[in-house]
Design a protein around this ligand. Structure first.
Ligand SMILES: [Zn+2]
Ligand SMILES: [Zn+2]
Length: 351
C-alpha cells in the first residue's frame, strides 16, 4: 500500500509500505481521507514540531477517516464497511494526568503520526491503518467522509474553547484564521459566544473564517488598526506566533482569559508578561483534546457549511503538492489527501 512518510526536513516520500494486520482488539481501517495538519507541515519543513524532533522515518497524519475493512482477534465492531473517524490518541490510563481526568496531556500517550515519543508512533497517512477499536468512531448518519475529516482539528478547537470557560454571551477574539482558528470560530459559536472577531494577515484566510461563522474580520497588519475590538472577554491565540499572543494580551479585558492554542516556535517566547500581572489576565494553554472528538463529529453533522473549509483534495501520489498547497495560506484552508482516488467521494458535500 502507499503511505506518506517523512524521512527528514524537506524529505517527504510516498513509500510502498506493508499492509498492516490488525492485532488483538484492533480494527483495520481502509483510510479514505487524511487532513494535512500544521504539525505535518512542521515535520516536513523543519523535521520537528514545537519541541518534538524527528529521529527516524515516520508515517505522517492523524486526521483520518475511512471505512472498516477488517478486525483483529477479539473484536468484531464496528461492522465491515462502516464509515468511521479515527481518534488519534491512546492515553496510558495510569499516569497522574490520566488518573486526574486530563487524559489529553497524558505523559505516555500514543498519538498517531507524532515524534513526541521514541520510537515514534506511526501515523495514518496510508491506505490502511490498524488501530485499537477504542479509537474508532462510527460517523453520525448525516456526516459525509470529507467533512468528517475535520473532526480532529475541530476537537482541538472545542477543547480550546472549553479551556476558556463559559463563553456564552461573550465577545471572543481569535488570532489566526488557519484551519484551527476557523474551527475555533465554529466552536465558540456552538458554545453560545455573542460575537466572534477574527484577525489574520491574509484576506483569503479571513474569508474562510466567515464561512465558519465569524462576525467581524480584522486585517492584523492594518496600520490604522481598523476593526480591532476595543476589548474582548476571551481571546484564543491560534496563529502560533508571539505577535498573535501580544494582540490577545492587549485586547482582552481586565481579568479576562487568553488561551494559547497555536504551537509557538521551539524554546522561550517573548510575551507581555506585565499585562498578565497588572490586568490579572488568565493565560491558559490548550493541547489536543479527549472526549471533544465525539462532540466534534456531532457538531460537523449539524453544520454542513463547515465542509467549505476543505479547500482542496489531492491523491496521495501528489502528497508533496498537497503539502505545498496546505502551506500556502494565501489560497488554502484544510487540504485533504485521498488514499482511494476514483472511488465515490462524498465531495458533493463541499460548498
Ligand atoms: Zn491536526
Ligand atoms: Zn497517562
Amino acid at each position: 500500500m502507499l503511505g506518506c512518510v517523512i524521512h527528514g526536513a524537506g524529505d517527504l516520500r510516498v513509500d510502498r509500505l506493508p499492509t498492516p494486520e490488525p492485532g488483538p482488539g484492533e480494527v483495520l481501517v481502509a483510510v479514505r481521507y487524511g487532513g494535512v495538519c500544521g504539525s505535518d507541515l512542521h515535520y516536513w519543513r523543519h523535521g520537528g514540531v514545537g519541541d518534538f524532533r524527528l529521529k527516524e522515518p515516520m508515517v505522517l497524519g492523524h486526521e483520518v477517516v475511512g471505512t472498516v475493512a477488517g478486525h483483529g482477534p477479539g473484536t468484531s465492531a464496528p461492522a465491515a464497511g462502516t464509515p468511521v473517524a479515527v481518534h488519534p490518541a491512546t492515553p496510558c490510563g495510569n499516569c497522574p494526568e490520566c488518573r486526574s481526568g486530563r487524559r489529553h496531556v497524558c505523559r505516555d500517550t500514543r498519538y498517531l503520526g507524532s515524534a513526541a515519543r521514541h520510537p515514534h508512533v506511526q501515523g495514518g497517512f496510508a491506505a490502511a491503518l490498524a488501530v485499537p477499536a477504542a479509537q474508532v468512531r462510527p460517523l453520525p448518519p448525516a456526516l459525509p467522509l470529507p467533512r468528517a475529516a475535520l473532526a480532529e482539528p475541530l476537537a482541538v478547537a472545542l477543547h480550546a474553547v472549553r479551556r476558556a470557560g463559559d463563553v456564552a454571551g461573550r465577545h471572543v477574539l481569535v488570532t489566526g484564521a488557519g484551519p484551527i482558528g476557523c474551527l475555533v470560530v465554529a466552536a465558540a459559536r456552538a458554545a453560545g459566544a455573542a460575537r466572534v472577531t477574527v484577525s489574520d494577515l491574509l484576506p483569503r484566510a479571513l474569508e474562510f473564517a466567515s464561512v465558519a461563522g465569524a462576525d467581524a474580520l480584522v486585517r492584523a497588519d492594518d496600520p490604522a488598526g481598523a476593526g480591532w475590538p476595543q476589548e474582548v472577554d476571551v481571546a484564543v491565540e491560534a496563529s502560533g506566533v508571539s505577535a498573535g499572543l501580544d494582540a490577545c494580551l492587549h485586547r482582552v479585558r481586565r481579568g479576562g482569559v487568553v488561551v494559547q492554542l497555536g504551537m509557538l516556535p521551539p524554546g522561550p517566547s517573548p510575551f507581555a508578561g506585565n499585562l498578565v500581572v497588572s490586568r490579572e489576565i488568565e493565560l491558559r494553554g490548550s493541547f489536543r483534546f479527549d472526549t471533544e472528538f465525539d462532540t466534534a463529529l456531532e457538531l460537523l453533522a449539524r453544520r454542513p457549511e463547515l465542509a467549505g473549509l476543505v479547500s482542496a483534495v489531492l491523491p496521495v501520489t501528489e502528497a508533496e503538492r498537497a503539502f505545498a498547497l496546505a502551506a500556502d495560506r494565501a489560497v488554502s484552508c484544510k487540504v485533504l489527501l485521498d488514499f482511494a482516488p476514483g472511488a465515490p467521494s462524498g465531495l458533493e458535500d463541499r460548498a
